[in-house]
Design a protein around this ligand. Structure first.
Ligand code: IMP
Ligand code: MG
Length: 177
């Protein structure tokens, strides 16, 4: 599996440090708010579980599944394939996501929660790919800016594989070309 990686971009030590820093900000902001944390499955599962362990305020966890990606190319459509169970009305909501690429997924999901009457909606992303954005959307918190390359690891997959790599790396082109 490691042989399929062109280059390691962010290793566990770097990720841990940024997650600590982001958790500090969230711990201050949400100390008395009891938000609903919505990890966007499957990609966010590793990042979200690592982040949530660093949060020291009361919260609930209610994952969502959305798909907008087939293989290495975005289809441009966002579909909720498994919805949350919670009523978000008047509740603060925090999405956790692996990466913001075109921005479509989190823009669409944020709108859904606002329409449902959420008191606030914020997005915490492990990575932000600013160069491939097609809609005007920005994560409120993100770990690192990522280059325009196909990345895997730490939850990010290629056709379901590589999520378990304990780092974020660039997938060799020959694997998906
Ligand atoms: P967006 O709607 O284009 O922002 O897409 C976000 C989703 O696309 C993420 O949740 C990822 O699942 C997927 N994605 C975007 N870039 C990559 C990548 O480099 N590797 C793996 N998945 C990616
Ligand atoms: Mg995803």
């Amino acid at each position: 599996m490691n042989n399929d990686i062109e280059k390691v971009l962010f290793d566990q030590t770097q990720l841990d440090k940024r997650m600590d820093e982001m958790a500090d900000e969230l711990n201050q902001k949400y100390a008395d708010k009891q938000p609903i944390i919505i990890p966007v499955l499957n990609g966010a599962m590793i990042f979200a579980s690592d982040m949530i362990k660093r949060l020291n305020f009361k919260l609930t966890i209610d994952p969502i599944k959305a798909s907008s990606y087939a293989g290495a190319e975005s289809t441009g459509k966002v579909k909720i394939t498994q919805d949350i169970k919670s009523d978000v009305k008047d509740q603060p909501v925090i999405f956790m996501e692996d990466i913001i690429d075109t921005g479509r997924t989190l823009q669409a999901l944020s709108e859904v929660m606002k329409d449902r009457g959420a008191a606030s909606v914020e997005v915490v992303a492990m990575l932000d790919k600013p160069t491939t954005r097609v809609v005007d959307f920005h994560a409120d918190y993100y770990g690192f800016q990522a280059p325009d390359a196909f990345l895997v690891g730490y939850g990010l997959d290629y056709n379901g594989l590589y999520r378990n790599l304990p780092y974020v790396g660039i997938l060799k082109r020959k694997i998906y070309a």
